[in-house]
Design a protein around this ligand. Structure first.
Ligand SMILES: Cc1cc2nc3c(=O)[nH]c(=O)nc-3n(C[C@H](O)[C@H](O)[C@H](O)COP(=O)(O)OP(=O)(O)OC[C@H]3O[C@@H](n4cnc5c(N)ncnc54)[C@H](O)[C@@H]3O)c2cc1C
Length: 377
């Protein structure tokens, strides 16, 4: 078998799959290496939310591009990726949160997003039965939505295969060889060597370890986040509800099946890539959901699981070239990688092949100033 590709990608989550797909479409031969199975990492554990409501201009721009792609992926991949534009509603229970959302809305409107700060009454019109106690209103955009992470990722991987690429599952990259300052090959756990002049680190929560293989110290740390899915019921409302109070949560009803899927951010953070599910989450998450929406109290939890957020110091991804010639990073998605995946895949493919992308990713570079934090997370 031919062991030489144009690009080697490490990781078959959404980032590796999307980047590989757009490179393949440019007629590059792409090999994707995955230590387990596609979607083994964070992608197969996420809740499928997609939004352009951010406080960082680059995130807003990238997400406008991603949403354009999601809305045409069914035709592009010839597969139903379950894209549904049901919106996102960020609830504000404090004056400080309200101010943050109002500031962000000003910026989002500059990019043409149909986002508004709405009253508690309007919130409960969009989400009937919502508990409006202490609620000051919400940042609402009907432009946001949901899709199926498995369908999207497998769709992209199938596309890579159609363009003469290969996906190597259960094959871990153990070593990256350099010739001088330039990448030249990878070595797998089966002690096989594969060659390419370009290598993309799309290893999600394990991206820091991949960086270390070339002597690069990437500020990406995994944190455990848990999630659950409930029984289905009739359609109750459309948007993802986000409650960022310390004891809040976020959840959405699947538009097709009627199941609710959701999670919360643990306080304190839970560092590390361990993936145990906890009884604390199993009791706490339903309590938080029912507090927001009392009519959910009769639903049972069907499944729970844990996954990783891949955190950077400022809450934004690290994407682009590095000082190692041919070594690119697209990781540190900070819990937003599914939604960022399509646009970042396309933009990184342009950067690799043309040296520039239609939206500059400079502010996501690995050596940026990390002091400007994303506020809508
Ligand atoms: C509970 C939860 C809810 C979430 N909800 C959302 C959401 O609503 N919307 C959203 O946009 N994002 C969400 N996320 C975040 C999102 O899942 C991630 O940001 C995204 O999936 C990251 O994708 P990735 O491709 O970078 O990483 P991954 O999906 O983790 O893929 C990386 C892959 O690299 C492989 N790998 C690692 N090391 C090696 C090696 N040495 N050799 C070969 N392969 C290797 C891994 O096995 C893995 O499959 C959520 C995450 C969690 C945990």
């Amino acid at each position: 078998m031919n062991k030489t590709a144009d690009v080697i990608i490490i990781g078959a989550g959404i980032i590796g799959a999307a980047t590989g797909y757009y490179l393949s479409k440019k007629r590059l031969k792409v090999y994707v290496f995955e230590k387990a199975f596609p979607c083994y990492g964070s992608t197969g554990r996420c809740i499928g939310g997609i939004r352009a409501q951010y406080a960082h201009p680059l995130s807003i721009q990238v997400m406008i591009e991603s949403i354009k792609i999601f809305s045409t992926l069914r035709d592009e991949l010839n597969r139903d990726v379950e894209w549904y534009q049901g919106g996102y509603l960020f609830l504000a229970h404090t004056e400080e949160k309200k101010r943050t959302y109002l500031e962000a809305i000003k910026l989002q409107k500059q990019f043409g997003l149909p986002v508004e700060f709405i009253s508690p009454e309007e919130c409960s019109r969009i989400v009937p039965g919502l508990n409006c106690e202490d609620l000051l209103g919400g940042s609402y955009s009907p432009y946001d939505g949901q899709a199926n992470p498995f369908a999207v990722t497998y769709g992209y991987l199938e596309g890579i295969k159609k363009h003469r690429g290969k996906i190597f599952t259960y094959t871990e990259i153990k070593k990256i060889n350099l010739t001088g300052e330039k990448v030249s090959s990878v070595v797998t756990d089966k002690n096989e060597e594969y060659f390419a002049p370009v290598i993309v680190n799309a290893a999600g929560p394990w991206a820091k370890k991949i960086g270390e293989l070339v002597g690069l110290s990437l500020p990406i740390e995994p944190e455990r986040h848990e999630s659950l899915v409930t029984e289905a019921c009739e359609r109750l409302f459309d948007p993802m509800i986000v409650d960022y109070r310390p004891d809040g949560c976020y959840f959405v009803q699947n538009y097709k099946t009627g199941h609710f899927i959701g999670c919360y951010t643990p306080i304190p953070n839970d560092p590390g890539d361990h993936l145990d599910a906890s009884s604390t989450f199993l009791t706490e998450m339903p309590r938080r959901m029912v507090r927001l929406l009392p009519k959910l109290r009769h639903l049972k939890v069907l499944r729970q699981w844990a996954g990783s957020y891949e955190m950077t110091p400022d809450g934004n991804p690290i994407v682009g070239a590095t000082p190692i010639d041919g070594f690119y990073v697209s990781a540190g998605m900070c819990g937003h990688g599914f939604m960022f995946g399509p646009a970042l895949g396309k933009l990184l493919a342009d950067l690799i092949t043309e040296g520039k992308s239609s939206i500059s990713l400079e502010e996501f570079s690995y050596n940026r100033d990390f002091s400007r934090k994303e506020l809508m997370k």
